[in-house]
Design a protein around this ligand. Structure first.
Ligand SMILES: Cc1ncc(COP(=O)(O)O)c(C=O)c1O
Length: 384
């Protein structure tokens, strides 16, 4: 939660659940707008490209589009989702939008994706030689951003084991791309998602600045830095507020980078994490190993998929009052992996009771499956 953020009131959650049924994924667009405004206000030099993967709901994209967001896409399907908002613009305006406001951030791109993207002359990320050859062949009109490997220490989701050229090879890769007739526009990095160790950003900016200096001495001028995602959501009060990170980042960006350097960021979680609440229903109950066990109609294969894929835990709250005991909460499928929590403090619940989880807007519904015949939670939008 950002400090100022207003939670959706319990009465509204219950009313919506009564009206639409459960499981219900309630997206608060006022919260999305507030997160976007906070991000851009506190990082005035940075252009925010919302990372679509965090929540690709077209209504979410529309709200961010309307408020002036740029977009980070990482598949052709995500590109097309963003394109839907600009498809009707006059051709010239549409092309400018793609140049100025979309980055294709996945360092690995299928050749067919590149073939489709080429006509849009997009900005694309790469981190190795094979990719240079592929881009040269299939999307030679693209502008390039070299992703470098930076420390992801302490981040909830580590990305550096999979992506990023080592800083030592960076300038050689830039030279290789330029020799291939491509244009390298800048550098990028990702400090890992839900990065609560702000030193990762400090080090990454410093490494980028020194690579840029080295590149300049070898005749390669880079005009942009993409500082990626990682901006944390305050899932708990131990997470330092965004304003502290912004202060540190602004200082480092001003200290180390020329004033005319374009700075991009790809926040996903920060924009939508605090902007959704899930309401589910207790559909079964048992007592096992001396503990109350509740079976609810959403789980690990669905909105709570972030527990597995995102390494995120979402506390479960009850509307019912009463003395609480440590309880287990399971999802509806037949798999024991479908365990949301073995230790949730809950009052004695009854079948049909509603429970809810806040701050569940990022990497949750996006990775929901249809496993075991249970569809993803229904989505409703409030404050649109
Ligand atoms: C390339 C890239 N950019 C941006 C993001 C969004 O990161 P976050 O949600 O931490 O802001 C991710 C997440 O995995 C990513 O892989």
């Amino acid at each position: 939660m950002t400090t100022k953020q207003v939670r959706i009131k319990a009465t509204l959650l219950k009313e919506l659940a009564r009206k639409h049924g459960t499981p219900l994924f309630i997206v608060d667009h006022a919260a999305i707008r507030s997160n976007f405004t906070e991000f851009t206000r506190r990082l005035p030099r940075v252009q925010a490209y919302y990372a679509v993967k965090a929540n690709p709901d077209p209504a979410v994209l529309r709200t961010l589009y309307d408020i002036g967001s740029s977009f980070d896409v990482a598949s052709i399907a995500e590109f097309n989702l963003v394109y839907k908002n600009i498809g009707r613009l006059p051709a010239k305006e549409r092309q400018s939008y793609i140049w100025d406001k979309i980055v294709y951030s996945n360092p690995i791109k299928d050749r067919r994706t590149l073939q489709e993207l080429d006509r849009y002359k997009p900005l694309v990320v790469f981190d190795n030689s094979e990719e240079i050859a592929k881009i040269r062949r299939h999307a030679p009109q693209a502008g390039l951003v070299l992703r470098i490997r930076v420390p992801n220490t302490g981040s909830m989701v580590e990305l550096s084991s999979k992506f990023g050229a080592s800083p030592g090879e960076a300038v050689d890769l830039i030279a290789e791309a330029q020799d291939a007739g491509l244009t390298v526009e800048g550098l990028g990095f990702h400090v890992g998602s839900q990065c609560t160790n702000f030193e990762n950003y400090v080090q990454a900016v410093a490494t980028s600045a020194s690579i840029m200096e080295e590149a300049e001495t070898r005749g390669f001028h880079l005009r942009l830095l993409d500082i990626g995602g990682g901006f944390p959501v305050r899932y708990d009060p131990h997470v330092r507020p965004f304003r502290e990170l912004a202060k540190i980042l602004n200082k480092e960006l001003d200290r180390l980078l020329p004033k005319n350097m374009e700075i991009l960021a790809e926040p996903g979680r920060f924009m939508v994490g605090s902007a959704a609440t899930l309401v589910a229903e207790v559909i079964g109950k048992s007592r096992r190993d001396g503990k109350n066990c509740y079976y609810i109609n959403d789980g690990i294969y669905h909105t709570y998929s972030g527990i597995l894929f995102d390494h995120c835990q979402y506390p479960i709250k009850a509307f019912r009052k009463g003395s609480r005991s440590i309880s287990a909460v399971f999802g509806p499928t037949c798999d024991a992996l479908d365990t949301i929590s073995q230790a949730e403090e809950l009052p004695e619940l009854k079948l049909g009771d509603l429970v809810y989880s806040e701050n569940i807007g990022a990497y949750s519904h996006a990775s929901s499956t249809h496993f075991n015949g249970f569809p993803p939670a229904k989505v409703v939008h409030v404050n649109q």
